[in-house]
Design a protein around this ligand. Structure first.
Ligand code: AMP
Length: 281
């Protein structure tokens, strides 16, 4: 496994794989790997001749009062895990490699980013689309893999790729959960044991909504309030949002007809957790 620090190094590494005819699969991450990340790498490994993973905690997607400084990092452990999965190339650039002095170009997707996490984290998606566009230009993958855990991010990236005619396929894979249902996240390390237990209200409330839809409930406001009420009843939970939008267009809905995204963001102590489920009629 090659570990590259500069754009020049990773370009040269990818070129060697392409020259031997390999399809290039790419998994962009912020590191501190868990099974969610590994599931994307394994799929890339199964589908592509070469697997490239980036590890970059992108300062541009963090707000001024967010957790950039304390975001968990362990490069040695990440490299070990990537090697075990059979990753070929890891790109882990310094901030200045991605944003040298004088940097002033940004990529913005409108509309889709003006709700959910886009409201609670102003500038977040501009940071995400800018860094992912840069990474796509640097690596030039044939396929890029993302997790449904970050559902809004996945549709925003798919739209960017379509709108800017980027020559790659975007694959979105299911959310990987702990045995008790909590969605895996690098940020779960922020949770105290009590908060970790309390956070189970998230998967439970999503499951309750799925059951209600199975039982015939179609009223979006009723479903939303049911989930909101369940989470609000947990004293350690501070709701950021509980919303239902059409999936995958994220258009507002009053009645479930086809597929809808039930998405939540909830704080437990200093951890802001997001999770979602696609409700299907
Ligand atoms: P991150 O390092 O948190 O930016 O995540 C990197 C990629 O892994 C993104 O495409 C995420 O959507 C995906 N991911 C994060 N957590 C999970 C999970 N629990 N299940 C599946 N994919 C995930």
């Amino acid at each position: 496994m090659e570990v590259c620090r500069t754009v020049g190094e990773v370009r040269a590494a990818v070129r060697r794989h392409r020259e031997r005819g390999a399809k290039i699969g790419f998994v962009p991450t912020m590191g501190y790997f868990h099974e969610g990340h590994l599931s994307l790498m394994r799929r890339a490994r199964a589908e592509c001749g070469a697997v490239v993973v980036s590890i970059f905690v992108n300062p541009l997607q963090f707000g001024p009062r967010e957790d950039l400084a304390e975001y968990p990092r362990d490069l040695e452990r990440d490299l070990r895990m990537a090697r075990e999965v059979g990753v070929d190339v890891v790109f882990t650039p310094a901030d200045e490699e991605m944003y040298p002095p004088g940097y002033c170009t940004y990529v913005e997707v409108l509309g889709l980013t003006e709700k959910l996490c886009g409201l609670s984290r102003p500038g977040h998606f501009r940071g995400v689309t800018t860094v992912v566009a840069k990474l796509f230009n640097i690596v030039q993958p044939d396929v890029a893999y993302f997790g449904q855990k970050d559902a809004q991010q996945a549709v925003v990236i798919q739209r960017m790729v379509r709108d800017l005619n980027m020559p790659l396929e975007v694959v979105v894979l299911p959310t990987v959960r702990e045995a008790d249902g909590l969605a895996m996240s690098s940020r779960n390390v922020y949770l105290s044991p009590e908060e970790r237990q309390a956070a189970l209200v998230i998967p439970r409330s999503l499951a309750r909504a799925v059951e209600a839809v199975k039982g015939g409930e179609r009223n979006v406001a009723v479903l939303r309030e049911m989930v909101r009420g369940m989470i609000a009843a947990e004293p350690r939970a501070q709701i950021d949002y509980v919303e239902i939008y059409g999936w995958p267009d994220l258009e507002p809905l009053t009645v479930l007809t086809d597929r809808a995204l039930l998405a939540v963001a909830v704080r437990f102590g200093r951890a802001r957790l997001i999770d979602n489920v696609v409700l299907e009629v």
